[in-house]
Design a protein. Structure first.
Length: 170
């Protein structure tokens, strides 16, 4: 006997999760735009407001930030990578990669992120400056992908089939 209330609630929950996923994509799209606005606007009030908004989550040190036309971005290079990594992975996994994200993929991203962070710290320790912000951005990008993992992870295919079978037999 199939429990219909389970399937109805599962469909409803799936739709709610989809709405949350798309909402987060919109939020991170807006954040990515806001990050670059201080470099584009001559309005000091707007620029200061955006800097104040992002100062809650980022140290905003100029030496650790990308600078465009003598204006630094609203966040440091690592935070820029986090926002961009979350947005790009969200778009990629929502629209172009409908298959499930496997744990193996995320484990490889975690290993790459740890190696990049270690490399960044080695550069910092030996005071090697030329690529530091780019390495920070790249490690932030992978951190953004890892942060998106709990949202876009829907379980392994076999795991979902097993759960469905258990509810059908009850």
């Amino acid at each position: 006997m199939i429990r219909t209330e389970f399937y109805v609630s599962q469909i409803f929950l799936t739709k709610i999760i989809e709405i949350i996923e798309y909402f987060l994509l919109i939020v991170f799209f807006v954040f990515n735009i806001l990050i670059f606005i201080p470099t584009l606007t001559g309005n000091n009030l707007l620029r200061d407001g955006i800097y104040s908004f992002f100062s809650i989550v980022c140290h905003q040190k100029e030496s650790l930030s990308f600078v465009i036309d003598s204006h630094k971005l609203a966040v440091c290079s690592r935070c820029t990578g986090i926002y961009q990594g979350f947005l790009i992975s969200g778009i990629f996994f929502s629209f172009f990669f409908k298959k499930r994200i496997t744990k193996r993929i995320i484990k490889s991203f975690i290993i790459i992120t740890l190696l990049l962070t270690l490399l960044s710290k080695i550069y910092q320790y030996y005071e090697i400056n030329p690529l530091t912000n780019y390495i920070r951005w790249l490690s932030g990008f992978f951190i953004g992908i890892i942060f998106s993992y709990p949202i876009y992870y829907k379980g392994e295919k076999n795991e979902t089939k097993r759960i469905n079978r258990e509810y059908k037999t009850k």
